[in-house]
Design a protein around this ligand. Structure first.
Ligand code: CTP
Ligand code: MG
Length: 234
């Protein structure tokens, strides 16, 4: 069957600070979303990209896709998103044609993921994994704390063994039916799609991620993203 990518791009980007919705902000003159769409369409295995636009921005996103050069072998669809990432992904999944059997979900906020990472995720799904996440070892030690009020010191509860922890990226790849079932079943708040599949009891595997697949979250990440683009052009 076909491989499609759902790109949730409907978030406002509160942590990035005031301005346009995060996915529409420019990186070296080109909207972050366009970089992300190109990163996915760079894989020859991807035949459809579904962009989940800000709820009131679907028209604007359609125009952006029309105005930028994109590979012609790939089809592009735009649907309006929802209030949460989870809801936005679900709306994207609903737009998939029947012929799609493998689905990747990729944050618009990870515009610089290399095509080799995309292909590795797709290959792992085609080799039989029902859920695949790219991830990297952590540089920082992580502590679990007991959250307290603002300004109050937070007691440490535990320190998980760093060597066994992974920082998870996107694109995450799935058997289409498994991901759709996860989105129909799981109602808890989650921060990635694979955790919904974990809650179904289905196996999730990790493949190597890439440093350049980092998420543009805070202002400093914009500086890093533009430096990576400049280095690529050099
Ligand atoms: N996203 C979405 N719909 C939402 C919220 C988030 O499609 N209602 C998307 C974002 O556009 C982004 C991805 O999910 O591509 C990852 O989310 P995140 O980095 O948290 O982006 P924002 O939610 O926009 O940022 P913030 O949490 O700082 O507001
Ligand atoms: Mg968010």
């Amino acid at each position: 069957g076909r491989t499609a990518v759902v790109i949730p791009a409907a978030g406002r980007g509160v942590r990035l600070g005031p301005g346009a919705p995060k996915a529409l902000r420019a990186l070296n003159g080109t909207p972050m979303l366009i970089h992300a769409v190109r990163a996915m369409a760079a894989s020859r295995a991807v035949s459809l990209v579904v962009v989940v636009a800000p709820p009131d921005g679907a028209g604007e996103v359609k125009n952006l896709l029309d105005d930028h050069a994109l590979p012609e072998r790939t089809d592009y669809l735009v649907v309006p998103g929802g209030d949460t990432r989870q809801e936005s992904v679900r709306l994207g999944l609903e737009a998939l044609p029947e012929t799609v059997t493998t689905v990747l979900v990729h944050d618009a906020a990870r515009p610089l993921v290399p095509v080799d990472t995309v292909d590795a995720v797709i290959e792992a799904v085609r080799d039989g994994a029902v859920a695949v996440v790219p991830a990297l070892p952590l540089a920082d030690t992580v502590k679990q704390v007991e959250p307290r009020g603002k300004g109050e010191p937070e007691p440490v509860v535990a320190t998980p063994e760093r060597a066994r922890l992974r920082a998870v990226q996107t694109p995450q790849g799935f058997d289409r039916d498994v991901l759709v079932r996860a989105h129909e079943t799981v109602t808890d708040d989650v921060t990635d799609d694979a955790s919904m599949v974990e809650q179904l009891g289905a196996p999730v595997v990790v493949v190597p991620g890439h440093e350049e697949a980092f998420k543009v979250t805070r202002p400093l990440d914009l500086v890093l993203a533009e430096a990576v683009l400049a280095r690529r052009r050099a």
